[in-house]
Design a protein around this ligand. Structure first.
Ligand code: CFM
Length: 539
């Protein structure tokens, strides 16, 4: 149990190392959870202090790397220097395979215009046209998606004009995303741009209502990292659901076109897909529910909510039987690993939703989350959707087009009557997400857009047994003698979702914690109690 007053004091000490503007900016991004002060407010989704060594990524990463990139039947063409394409090429471990009905999988390829200095000086449109011509010659894909990197916006290449040219020249749908790396303040802007592009050009363009079967759903914000999506599919298929599309892990443009025929949308990652969840609701009347397939209890809740939404007694019974069978199989395994992990603590710093989603899973193996934070989440991901109307727009998020959906005359339909909706809403909060702060215990720390200095400082204060984060932090943490697990790419493991995934996760954590190597590493700050340097001395 963490002491609120002690933690507040520690946070003050850490922040006191900052001066002037930096202090002013950072103090509002860090809070100690204190339910007596609820609702607590945090500052998020704004510019990082220059030079502070943030853990954030760029807008292009959010658009190409996260949302558009995993769609396997389109060629995602990076218009930019080769590094941008290369580093966003499957390092996230968004798996894909050819499933029944799939005709294409371009994910094993990395497509880039490989911009050089001369292209930056004289313009890159010619090279972009040439790349598209080659792509059509070699692959003749059903669609092409152009994703911009920083130099493209700086020199003003007209990617929209090239997309129109490509469409006319080859008759292939070509969508251009103006997702230059510097647009917005993080990956988050890229999610929004990608959502907009898919909503305008892909979703709803399918004309095959026969895809719709009983209990048709879309899964939004599930990227099949380490095979998570496949485990979710296994569960939903055995319960009799039809998955029309997944945005976008192991997903395809072909399936996304018919997403508007679904009865219900399931939102796994709220941050990256809340835009389309809302647009689908506004345009087609399709409700969405927030699900979380990470963690046993969370998975059970998601499956129960889904069954409840459809309200079919047979489906509800089938769901309970399924849950019972799965639990019977995994519980002894989880208990075995829990014996190792019990009582340990964890700090989590991940993108925009997993620092929230994984907390339940850690709790189930006996581990308490003492610090959690997001790289690029917005206030609603911390505080809940009720704050959305109060979020102030700034110059950066004004940059990104904000679309609202108009009801589609032919396709708009409501599955639930008003009364039924209200009744269920009380139980499962349809179209709502409560965010991170409400699930955390008093005295734990929430940090938005953590930087290197703060990460090291909190490591020393909280001494977690595990730091769940990404590749940028991993080895620094290891050098501190602490286990670090990559919650983005799952290191080389997975799936962690659903019932079976929980066992894989528990196994991995237990294995990591008991690795003998920790006995051999003692970081300097643990060896001698040398006086701490001030930030000014470090800089
Ligand atoms: Fe959503 Fe993601 Fe995440 Fe995200 Fe990401 Fe990711 Fe992430 Mo890395 S879409 S916000 S931009 S859950 S790549 S699969 S792990 S930072 S917490």
């Amino acid at each position: 149990m963490l002491d609120i007053a002690v933690m507040k004091e520690e946070v003050t000490k850490i922040l006191d190392h900052y001066k002037g503007k930096t202090y002013k900016s950072r103090k509002d991004h860090v809070l100690v959870v204190d339910s007596s002060e609820a609702p607590q407010e945090i500052v998020a989704d704004c510019r990082t202090v220059p030079g502070i060594i943030t853990e954030r990524g760029c807008c292009y990463a959010g658009c190409k790397g996260v949302v558009v990139g995993p769609l396997k039947d389109t060629v995602a063409l990076t218009h930019g220097p080769i590094g941008c394409g290369y580093y966003s090429w499957l390092t996230r471990r968004n798996k894909a395979r050819m499933n029944e009905g799939d005709k294409h999988n371009y994910l094993p390829y990395c497509f880039s215009t490989d911009m050089q200095e001369t292209d930056v000086v004289f313009g890159g449109e010619k090279k972009l046209r040439q790349a598209i011509t080659e792509i059509v010659d070699i692959f003749n894909p059903p669609s092409i998606m152009i994703c911009s990197t920083c130099p493209v916006g700086l020199i003003g290449d007209d990617i929209q004009a090239v997309a129109r040219w490509s469409q006319e020249q080859f008759g292939i749908q070509t969508i251009a995303y103006g997702c230059e790396g510097y647009k917005g303040v993080s990956q988050s802007a890229g999610h929004h741009i990608a959502n907009n592009g898919l909503y305008k050009n892909v979703i709803g363009t399918g004309t095959d209502p026969s895809v719709k079967k009983k209990y048709s759903v879309n899964i939004l914000g599930e990227y099949n990292i380490g095979g998570d999506g496949w485990e979710i599919e296994r569960m939903l298929h055995s319960l009799g659901y039809t998955i029309l599309s997944i945005m976008s892990g192991d997903g395809s443009v072909a399936r996304l076109r018919n997403a508007h025929f679904a009865d219900l949308n399931l939102v796994q990652c709220h941050r990256s897909t809340n835009y389309n969840a809302e647009l689908l609701r506004e345009t087609y009347g399709t409700d969405w529910i927030k699900v979380n397939f990470l963690g046993v209890r969370a998975t059970i809740k998601a499956l129960r909510d889904m069954a409840l939404y459809f309200g079919d007694p047979e489906l509800i019974t089938r769901t309970e039987e399924f849950i019972y069978g799965e639990l019977e199989a995994i519980e002894p395994e989880i208990e075995k690993y829990k014996a190792v992990c019990q009582g340990k603590t964890v700090a989590l710093f991940v993108g925009g939703s997993r620092a929230n989603h994984f907390q339940g899973l850690f709790e189930e193996i006996g581990m308490e989350t003492v610090l959690a934070g997001f790289e690029f989440a917005h206030r609603d991901d911390y505080e809940g959707r009720e704050v959305i109307p109060f979020i102030k727009e700034n110059a950066d998020n004004k940059n990104i087009e904000n679309i609202t959906g108009q009801p589609d005359e032919k396709m708009y339909r409501l599955l639930l009557s008003k009364e039924k909706f209200e009744e269920l809403n009380k139980e499962m909060e349809i179209n709502y997400f409560k965010g991170m702060i409400k699930i955390m215990t008093d005295g734990s720390v929430v940090v938005d857009d953590i930087n290197h200095y703060e990460m090291e400082s909190f490591m020393k204060v909280l001494k977690p047994d595990l730091f769940g984060s990404g590749i940028k932090e991993k080895y620094v943490i290891h050098k501190m003698g602490t286990l670090s697990k990559q919650i983005h790419s799952y290191d080389y493991s997975g799936p962690f979702a659903g019932f079976k995934g929980a066992v894989v996760f528990a196994h991995d954590v237990a294995m990591g914690l008991t690795t003998p190597v920790w006995k051999l590493i003692k970081p300097k700050w643990r060896r001698d109690a040398a006086p701490e340097r001030t930030l000014a001395e470090v800089l």
